[in-house]
Design a protein around this ligand. Sequence first.
Ligand code: SF4
Length: 382
Amino acid sequence: MAGLYLHVPYCRQACHYCDFHFSTQLGTQEAMVESMGREVETRIPEPRMMQTWYWGGGTPSLLTSAQVKTLVDGFIRHTPLVPKGEFTLEANPEDVSDVQLRSWREIGVNRLSMGIQTFVDRRLAWMNRAHSGEQARDAVRRAQDAGLENITVDLMYGLPETSLSEWQENVGQALELGVPHLSTYALTVEDKTALHHQIKKGTTSAPKDERAREDFLWLRSALRTAGWEPYELSNASKPGMRAQHNSAYWSGEAYVGIGPGAHSYDGAAIRQWNVSHNLRYIRGWKPGASPEGLVEVEVLSLLDQKNERIMTSLRRMEGLLRSDMGPYAETLDRRWKSFLENGWMTATDSGWVLTDEGLLWMDMVAAEGFATAEDLGTFVSS
Ligand code: SF4
């Protein structure tokens, strides 16, 4: 069964590091909601049950209660959620009010993903986030008081001019709030972001790999000591509280993406993505207009599919299964021998798992394992 992803492409202000698709021009939200409704009813005319709903962005918490209701009504008709299915909504702390929380609860949201990044006010100002550390703590407590206890918090590590103790303090604050899930990301400098520009001009410092490495390694080990499961490169939870929607991505299951910039995958060979342009998307899905040119489609070859499986599996605590690789497993044993010897990887009865240190080198390990056209025969015979 597939999951539904909705991309809400609006933000109050642009965080300096962010290269996601969003606009700070909020005046088109109403038209956007109408076009999203038309996309879902056109692409999925007959109801198709979904295991999970995930509303991300951008900032879904910027939608008004009425807009949220319109979207939910359309999704219930075309992509209904299974009973007790996971419905995650991404929210920024500055939008979390008791009124909003009540309306999210009423329409069935049962998991909140809170974009916090850090509790330290001067770092938040440096990132151009629209909230303070206190607002972040208050938002989590309000959500818990409203009965929304399944909360994940996004935190960012490896920030320039920070120390391990600052990171420890940030993680400590999230754990003290009693959330059952954390998503943690190293700060990366993406092209065309304000941060990239500032670093080039020399007005701010670039992040250092060593800061990110130390923060990451400490986090994994501290969370295990606290009884958590760091179950994926960027995600950790208390036992039984993994993100179902994201876990389905990493296991290669199908998902339907609605909204500008949203990606979809059929669980086999077809991947497609919507145009990352709000006005083109809105116009293309207007009544009587043609959505032609709004979607790009990629057909994955068998080789692409196998290599993607290698990449996504290495992110996970369960690692890559030998059974997924057929006879190619023997090639991987050879290619990954040095990583098994240097401690980046361990071999289990079922396959290969990256160690914490190895996860820092995941791209290199995966690239070493990627199959080429010469290896194709091994797959075809598997
Ligand atoms: S990090 Fe989130 S809130 Fe900030 S600009 Fe990017 S999508 Fe918007």
